[in-house]
Design a protein around this ligand. Sequence first.
Ligand SMILES: CC(C)(COP(=O)(O)OP(=O)(O)OC[C@H]1O[C@@H](n2cnc3c(N)ncnc32)[C@H](O)[C@@H]1OP(=O)(O)O)[C@@H](O)C(=O)NCCC(=O)NCCS
Length: 232
Amino acid sequence: MAEEQSQEVVSKRKQTQKIHPIAIANGKTDEEFIRDYLQPSQDWATWTHPPTQKPYSLEFLSSHELSKDDFRSCFDIIELTSGADYRNSSVGWHPSMKKKEMRSPDLRYILVKDNQSTVKGFTSLMPTFENHEPVLYCYEVHLVPELQGSGLGKHLMAQLITIAENIPSTKKVMLTCFTSNASGLKFYEKLGFTKDAFSPRDRTLRGGKVVKPDYVILSRETAHGGVDGEWN
Ligand SMILES: CC(C)(COP(=O)(O)OP(=O)(O)OC[C@H]1O[C@@H](n2cnc3c(N)ncnc32)[C@H](O)[C@@H]1OP(=O)(O)O)[C@@H](O)C(=O)NCCC(=O)NCCS
């Protein structure tokens, strides 16, 4: 009898245990994710290049849904725009590691395609925990050279910010940028990103030489700062 009662208590406790919003977000299908976190921003799926008036479409999909061609295009764009930054850093350029990261299970993509269905840019994102805080991590944002400086980067980041604002508890949008990428740093600064408290610091060696990290962690708080009574 006592055992039956305690089993009932355990089962009730299981029923009332809450699932964290980050886990809920990662459990959603792409359709649910768009509906619940992205849809509030209207016309997210189209973008027109201001000078040429050429239309582009945005596609949202999980890493495992990327076609071989689209995956390859994303990889090639990263190498084109940032390969030199990787090679010149202590991280180095390791194609197989990058491809593995690009296939991370909870990673989702927003692809930008022209009217020939060719990928011209993309961003990738993951709701996750960093230093025990719920965040939306921007893994990549890259555009082919002809679309840089067009406002498209800002449009993609606006989608990420919308997603972060709509996932309860999410405290900030977070990303990593090479310190050698001066243009990228200016872009993020313009969008309100600042150096995160967890960004690596300068190291002073025994001889007094100061070693500067070759990447910086930037973040931008969500409007609600992750305030959600149940999770704070
Ligand atoms: C970084 C990148 C995604 C930015 O996208 P973009 O379309 O070029 O940037 P946008 O035109 O949307 O710029 C948004 C704002 O940032 C400003 N900005 C962008 N780059 C800037 C720069 N180098 N210096 C000063 N301001 C800059 C723009 O003037 C604009 O300001 P506004 O809102 O007042 O008009 C794109 O340039 C890119 O793909 N670069 C190569 C890959 C890369 O470095 N990715 C980041 C890796 S961490």
